[in-house]
Design a protein around this ligand. Sequence first.
Ligand code: SF4
Ligand code: SF4
Length: 229
Amino acid sequence: MNLLSTASKIGPAKKVRAFNLPLEKTCCASGNRIATDCCRAVCYAPKMSADRPRVHTFAMKNFTESQLPDFVDRMVQQIKGAGVADFKFHVTGDYYSSEYIDKCGQIIRECSHVTFLSYTRSWRDDRLVPDLWELAALPNMKLFLSFDRQTGVPPAIPGTRLAWMACDDSDHPPVKAHIAFRATVERTSDRPPNRRYLPLKIMGKTQVCPHQSGAVTPPADCVTCRICM
Ligand code: SF4
Ligand code: SF4
């Protein structure tokens, strides 16, 4: 069974693939505090999961697959088979256990020719922080700690960078981050075609993702932009 997904926002299938997990089994699982009210309200992922049942079903299957003993081997085989140079863990979902993070680390080590990108809020679960330290230490891993005004500032994990999620356009990060995402345009499918929104290139001292800054000619996708990669 195929485990990998494509997403035009990050790039074409020949260059980049992704692995997705369901929100309700990971960041939005009942009883954990990984997601906040702010991020649940503005993140594209809950809307994508609700609007696109096939995406959600696929993510649910992936969650089951990620617990099987041959998960690492199959992921490595499929990533190498896809011939991509970049890979994103979790267009939807997040790291949900030490065992799963360890498996991701094995995959990243085995695919040393691939650059891996991931935004995570799993740093909010203290039990997972030591595992994220190990993940961030891998030379081909770009790990971002996502935060908003309800999370507080993430712990200083070597090798990580910060990604700010604004709840509105006046919601600037309390510390300088590597990149900021705007709530007002995060749910891109909510926008009628060609609707214009106010340009905003900087939030505090942090650069806004050029896909959301109102740039006249934004980069086509993440593999073209590479600010996060
Ligand atoms: S921002 Fe992250 S933690 Fe929050 S809902 Fe989206 S995927 Fe989940
Ligand atoms: S800043 Fe660039 S690489 Fe990062 S999410 Fe935006 S388009 Fe993608």
